[in-house]
Design a protein around this ligand. Structure first.
Ligand code: NZQ
Ligand code: ZN
Length: 394
């Protein structure tokens, strides 16, 4: 095993009715004036925003609100949030929504602590944040894992760049996870969420590390099998509480660091390739990952053969073939079959986009630049490899 630091300071309040405890939780966390930050429609329509406000009022916690966060959250909304919070004297941000709302909240929280600097500099890699206002979440979709992660992904709509900034200081203080809140999700969002959850563990699993990691691998494989099982249940039965609960808990454990303990940090090339698609075409993140993954896998599997074989047998349940190569390829094909069963795309055409050669070259250049030249552990990818994978995925 590699050395590691495992840091998960987020208190998890899991189960039915958790949203009604939000006021008390904020009071315990020392919040005096809270920004309730949310998305487009869903949390207003379901009554969750009213419920949240009532919980804060009951606990005597003052609040202001800002809605309108869109998927692939925009820098302009972050700037609007920073200005509003400065004016209102906000000292705590409560995200009510999914990864986009939580990430927008984290970015506002960074911006408020360094009000004289442009917050986008963090995402450009020009500096590190000095600190961050406290953030908490009421989660409405199991997907990004931002409710426990140190990550925050923002899109600069002026440049078309979607960039991540990772820092432990932004990990939420607490997160309320009530599986019932996810029952209003359209199937496409539920399944995109499942694809993203799996990918957060797969990114950590496909490494070139040669050290044995039995416990971490076993947890990773169990998580992946669990999400596959319940993604299919939810495809048929979206109101199934147990399935919602399993997927929600998996979503947090998949991206809080647990399934990466002892690895070399993971691969993360599929995520970086997808972020370019998100920045240019505004696609749904999890669906974008599904659309690119098998092309990435077929491009790199020979360089990471033992892990692909292990994945095929232990996760996809395929019978070993005549050679390791055959087993690995059977595992990749089985993963594509799974994506098809939950109506996820397996290529860019099915995702609904058709990048031109010029756009492919632009994305590959931008991806390589954002990665500092190259990315990957299963296989180190350079700009020309990234372009080749986009072409394979057409
Ligand atoms: O805006 P509303 O109306 O709420 O609609 C949202 C949105 O359209 C809807 N939705 C959410 N909860 C719902 C619901 N609709 C009905 N009922 C509910 N209960 O779902 C849509 C997607 O929401 P979003 O927050 O965008 O989803 P997700 O959690 O997948 O977040 C995606 C963003 O997170 C980033 C992605 O790149 C993307 O920008 N990521 C963040 C990470 C992190 N911070 O750790 C890691 C991930 O790898 C990822 O990159
Ligand atoms: Zn993701």
């Amino acid at each position: 095993m590699e050395n590691f630091i495992y840091y998960t300071p987020t208190k998890v309040v899991f189960g039915r009715g958790g949203a009604d405890q939000t006021g008390e939780l904020l009071k315990q966390a020392g919040a005096a004036k809270v920004l309730i930050h949310y998305g487009g429609q869903s949390a207003v329509k379901s009554g969750l925003i009213d419920r949240t406000k009532a919980a804060l009022d009951k606990a005597g916690v003052a609040h202001v609100e800002l809605g309108g966060v869109v998927p692939n959250p925009r820098l302009s909304k972050v700037r609007e949030g920073i200005a509003l919070c400065k004016e209102a004297g906000v000292d705590f941000i409560l995200a009510v929504g999914g990864g986009s709302v939580i990430d927008s909240s984290k970015a506002i929280a960074y911006g408020l602590r360094d009000p004289d600097r442009d917050v986008w500099e963090l995402y450009q890699g020009l500096r590190r944040a000095s600190s961050c206002l406290p953030v908490a979440a009421v989660l409405t979709i199991a997907a990004a894992g931002s409710e426990m992660s140190n990550s925050c992904v923002i899109t600069n709509e002026q440049t078309g760049e979607k960039r991540a900034y990772n820092d432990d200081i932004s990990r939420p203080r607490f997160t309320v996870m009530d599986p019932e809140l996810t029952m209003t999700l359209p199937d496409y969002q539920t399944q995109s969420g499942c694809a993203d959850i799996m990918m957060h563990t797969m990114e950590r699993y496909f490494t070139s590390a040669e050290h044995p990691m039995e416990l971490t691998d076993t947890m990773a494989e169990a998580l992946l099998r669990t999400v596959m099982k319940y993604a299919e249940v939810l495809h048929q039965d979206p109101k199934n509480y147990e399935a919602r609960a399993e997927v929600m808990w998996a979503g947090s454990l998949s991206h809080n660091g647990l399934t990466g303990c002892g690895t070399d940090g993971g691969d993360w090339a599929t995520h970086m390739l997808e972020h370019e698609l998100g920045g240019m075409f505004d696609v749904t993140h999890g669906a974008g990952l599904a659309a690119i993954w098998s092309s990435w896998a077929r491009y790199v599997y020979r360089d990471c053969l033992p892990r692909f074989v292990k994945y095929a047998v232990n996760v996809m349940g395929v019978a070993p073939g005549a050679s390791d190569e055959e087993t690995a390829l059977k595992g990749i094909a089985a993963m594509e079959d799974f994506y098809r069963r939950i109506a996820m795309p397996t290529n860019l055409r099915e995702l609904g986009i058709a990048p031109t050669e010029e756009q492919i070259l632009h994305m590959a250049r931008s991806c390589a630049r954002a990665a500092g030249g190259s990315k990957g552990s299963a296989r180190v990818l350079h700009e020309e490899d990234m372009a080749a994978i986009y072409r394979m995925a057409l």
